[in-house]
Write a protein that binds this ligand. Sequence first.
Ligand code: RTP
Length: 155
Amino acid sequence: QEAHAAELERTFIAIKPDGVQRGLIAEIISRFERKGYKLVAIKLIVPSKEFAQTHYHDLKDRPFFNGLCDFLSSGPVLAMVWEGEGVIKYGRKLIGTTDPQKSEPGTIRGDLAVVVGRNIIHGSDGPETARNEIALWFEPSELVSYASNAEKWLY
Ligand code: RTP
């Protein structure tokens, strides 16, 4: 059964300033593309500290909150929305556990990161967070709906 595009799940994925600076954008996008997920929004932005605090508001009582927000606002972040069946949960699986020392090899953090404060990527942790984060980072008009039609371009 083919799922209708409008019913498909969406998640917010961001490559943090360390991932952008290290030249890992293409590597990370490639992993989501090859899995079969669809990119529906993308932009490179430097978030303000206030914006970073809003994004991470759930962590405001943690000791690392201030440093984390300084870090997120320290340079360009690649903000994206990815779409597909189970993309919220499976996106987290592609990313790996929060602490790269514990992430399995084969995951983005397991393969490409070393320390928890510089773990190169963020992914929404559930449906409600995904909805809120997409709304925080993107205008509705920035989300592009389109049919995948790869065969049309294969000769
Ligand atoms: P994210 O939201 O970035 O995808 O990460 P997560 O869900 O895997 O982890 P979360 O607990 O939400 O923490 C958010 C980010 O805070 C940084 N962190 N630093 N002990 C520390 O210094 C520490 N713990 C967490 C990480 O960058 C983590 O991704």
